[in-house]
Design a protein around this ligand. Structure first.
Ligand code: SAH
Length: 566
C-alpha cells in the first residue's frame, strides 16, 4: 500500500521553520497555511476545522503544527464514523515534541519516528508493542500482508506479556525488530505465501510475492484466479499484481478482476502465451507455472514491487475546476489532480488547479491551441502516464472535453484508444453565477456562447432568436472580447425584440475568484460596456422576477411553474 503524501498544517508564521524541516523529509507534502496569518506556503486555507476534516476524510496523513488538543477536538466528530483513519500527528511549533495521535494501523508511529529523527527529538510513542519491539507487527510494511488482524492483536498482547517468539521464513524487517526471539518459543511468526490456517500461537504474515500473468480475459476472471491460487496452495493476500498483455489494456473485465482481487494491474507487450508474458516481465524469477489456458503464475522468493513490473495503463482525465474557489471543486477532481503526472491547460487554469508537487510536470499552453493540446495529452497518456487536462467550470461546456474526444475520434492509433479516458464534471460558470443571484435558471433555459470564432455569426443570431421566441432564460458565455466588440450589442437588440425592458439580467464577473462581482440590472439599462470576457450574462425569461435582499443585490428567480401558478 502506498501512503499518500502528508499535509503539513500551520496556523502561524512561528511554525514555518519546523514545517519546512518536515517537508524535507516528505518532499511530496504540501504546507497548508491559514490565510491572513502566513504567506509563502504551498496552499492557503480559510477554515482550520473544515480543512482538517476534509483531509482526514480523504485519507490524507496530517501533520498539524499545533496543540494536540486542538487536533483532537477538531477531528472528534469524524472519529465515530467508520472510514478512513490516516496517520494524524501533532508537532510542537518549535519542533520539540512529536505526538502520534491516530492511525496506528496506518503507520503513524513510523512517521512519528521519521519526523522526530529529522527534528532531533524523541517521538512521544505510546503504543506498547511499538515501544517494546520498535515495529508494529500489526502493520507490516508494503510487500507484506497480515493474515488476521484480530488474531494478531491477541498475539501481540501475548508477546507483551513476556512470551518469546520464533520466526519461520524470511522477512528482513522482522529480523531488524527487537523481538524476544528464541528457538524454543511457543509463539511463532510464519512468513510465507502458502495458504495456511494459523495454528494456535501462530501469527501468519504473507509476503506479496506472487504474480499472475493474463494473456486472455476469461469469464469470471477474478474467480478463476482465486481458484487457481487455491489449487496451487497459495494464499490470496500473497498476490501482488496481475500483468496482462498490452492488447487487453482497454478491457473493463480485466480492470474489474484486479479491483475485485485488490491488486495492481500492469501491462507488457503481448506475448500470446501467459507463461512467456510472465517471463518477459520477471525474467530473473523461477519459471512460470501455467494455471489454466491464458493464465500463468509466478512465485518469487521475495515481495514483488508491482510498480517495477511492465507499465501502467495510461490515464487521461479531462477535469472541470469549477469557477475558481477551491470549495466548489468536486472531490473527484481534487483526487485526480493529486494522482496526475502531467497537467495540461491554459496557464491561468493550470495555476488555478495548483499547488503541485515538484514531481508533477506542467504543460502550459495558449488558450487557442486546443486540438494540439488534446493530441499532446494522448501522447503522454499512451506512455502509461496519468495525465490531466484542465478546464475552468465544466470541461464539457465550451471547453476541452469535446476537443479531446474529437482528437481520439480522428486517431487510429490503438495506443490512444487503450488510454483510460474519463471526463470529470465541474460547476459551470452559469450555474455558479445563478446560485449567487438566486435561481434565475430555475425553469427551462438555453446556454449559448456568443463567440463567433468557431461558428458563423448568423447561426448565433438564429439560435438566439428562436430561444427568445421559446421564452427560455438565457445564459451567455464568451459574451464579448476585444476582437469581438459588436456582437453583444447585436445580441441584445435581438433579445429586446422579444423581452420587456424590465427583464432582470444577472452579470457575474470572476465568480468564485478573488474580486468577484455580481450585479442585477434591467435589460433596458444593460450596455455592452458593463460586460467583459470574464463575465457571465444571464437574461431572465418572461416569468423571471426579483425582490430585495438586504445589503446585497436583489434575489432573482424564475419560478418552477409556467402559465398559471398551480
Ligand atoms: N468551461 C467553462 C466556460 C468556458 S467559456 C465553464 O463551464 O464555466 C469562458 C466564458 O465562461 C467566459 O467568457 C465567461 O463568460 C464565462 N466564465 C468562466 N468562468 C467564469 C467566472 N468565474 N465568472 C464569470 N464568468 C465566467
Amino acid at each position: 500500500m502506498m501512503r499518500k503524501a502528508p499535509a503539513i498544517i500551520v496556523l502561524g508564521k512561528g511554525s514555518l521553520a519546523t514545517a519546512r524541516k518536515i517537508q524535507q523529509l516528505y518532499p511530496d507534502a504540501l504546507i497548508h497555511g491559514l490565510e491572513g496569518r502566513v504567506e509563502d506556503v504551498d496552499s492557503l486555507y480559510q477554515s482550520f476545522g473544515s480543512t482538517l476534516r476534509q483531509l482526514y476524510q480523504q485519507d490524507t496523513p496530517i501533520i498539524a503544527l499545533c496543540a494536540a488538543g486542538i487536533v483532537i477536538r477538531t477531528l472528534a466528530s469524524e472519529l465515530l464514523e467508520k472510514g478512513a483513519e490516516p496517520p494524524v500527528l501533532a508537532v510542537a511549533e518549535d519542533g520539540s515534541a512529536v505526538v502520534p495521535l491516530l492511525g496506528g494501523l496506518g503507520g503513524v508511529n513510523v512517521m512519528a519516528r521519521e519526523i522526530a529523527a529529522g527534528l532531533g527529538v524523541a517521538p512521544a510513542i505510546t503504543t506498547s508493542g511499538e515501544l517494546r519491539f520498535g515495529t508494529c507487527l500489526l502493520n507490516p510494511p508494503s510487500g507484506y500482508a497480515l493474515a488476521d488482524l484480530e488474531l494478531g492483536k491477541r498475539f501481540v498482547s501475548d508477546l507483551l506479556a513476556g512470551e518469546s517468539v520464533r520466526i519461520n521464513g524470511t522477512a528482513p524487517w522482522l529480523e531488524q525488530a527487537q523481538l524476544p526471539q528464541s528457538e524454543q518459543a511457543q509463539l511463532a511468526i510464519h512468513v510465507g505465501c502458502d495458504a495456511r490456517e494459523a495454528s494456535a500461537n501462530e501469527l501468519v504474515i504473507y509476503p506479496r510475492c506472487v504474480m499472475v500473468a493474463v494473456s486472455q480475459v476469461l469469464p469470471q476472471l477474478a474467480q478463476v484466479i482465486r481458484d487457481g491460487l487455491r489449487s496451487a496452495g497459495i494464499a490470496e493476500p500473497a498476490l501482488a499484481c496481475l500483468v496482462a498483455a498490452d492488447e487487453l489494456m482497454a478491457d473493463p473485465a480485466l480492470r474489474e478482476a484486479a479491483d475485485d482481487l485488490g491488486v495492481t494491474l500492469r501491462f507488457a507487450p503481448g506475448a500470446a502465451d501467459a507463461s512467456a508474458l510472465a517471463a518477459s516481465v520477471l525474467p530473473q524469477l523461477l519459471p512460470a507455472q501455467p494455471l489454466v489456458d491464458g493464465l500463468a503464475l509466478v512465485v518469487s522468493n521475495q515481495p514483488i514491487d508491482p510498480h517495477g513490473v511492465g507499465r501502467a495503463r495510461g490515464r487521461l482525465a479531462v477535469i472541470g475546476l469549477g469557477p475558481g474557489a477551491a470549495d466548489l471543486m468536486v472531490p473527484a477532481v481534487k483526487a485526480e489532480l493529486a494522482r496526475a503526472n502531467d497537467v495540461l491547460g491554459y496557464e491561468t487554469y493550470v495555476r488555478m488547479a495548483g499547488p503541485f508537487r515538484p514531481d508533477q510536470v506542467l504543460h502550459c499552453t495558449d488558450n487557442r491551441e486546443e486540438m494540439q493540446r488534446a493530441r499532446h495529452a494522448f501522447e503522454l497518456a499512451a506512455q502509461g502516464r496519468s495525465v490531466v487536462v484542465v478546464s475552468s467550470g465544466d470541461p464539457g461546456v465550451f471547453a476541452m472535453a469535446a476537443a479531446v474526444l474529437e482528437a481520439l475520434h480522428e486517431s487510429s492509433d490503438p495506443c490512444w484508444h487503450a488510454v483510460d479516458l474519463e471526463i470529470l464534471p465541474g460547476v459551470s460558470a452559469s450555474l455558479a453565477t445563478a446560485a449567487q443571484a438566486g435561481a434565475p435558471l430555475g425553469h427551462d433555459f438555453c446556454v449559448l456562447s456568443l463567440s463567433d470564432n468557431l461558428k458563423p455569426w448568423s447561426i448565433i443570431e438564429t439560435r438566439l432568436d428562436l430561444a427568445c421566441q421559446a421564452d427560455l432564460a438565457l445564459a451567455f458565455y464568451n459574451p464579448i472580447s476585444r476582437s469581438r466588440p459588436w456582437q453583444l450589442g447585436r445580441a441584445l437588440e435581438i433579445v429586446r425584440q422579444h423581452r420587456i425592458g424590465t427583464t432582470p439580467v444577472v452579470l457575474g464577473r470572476d465568480i468564485g475568484r478573488p474580486g468577484q462581482t455580481l450585479r442585477v440590472v434591467q435589460l433596458q439599462a444593460l450596455k455592452p460596456e458593463d460586460v467583459d470576457m470574464r463575465t457571465m450574462v444571464l437574461v431572465g425569461s418572461s416569468t423571471t422576477v426579483t425582490f430585495d435582499r438586504p445589503g446585497l443585490q436583489p434575489w432573482v428567480y424564475t419560478p418552477r411553474w409556467y402559465g398559471h401558478k398551480p
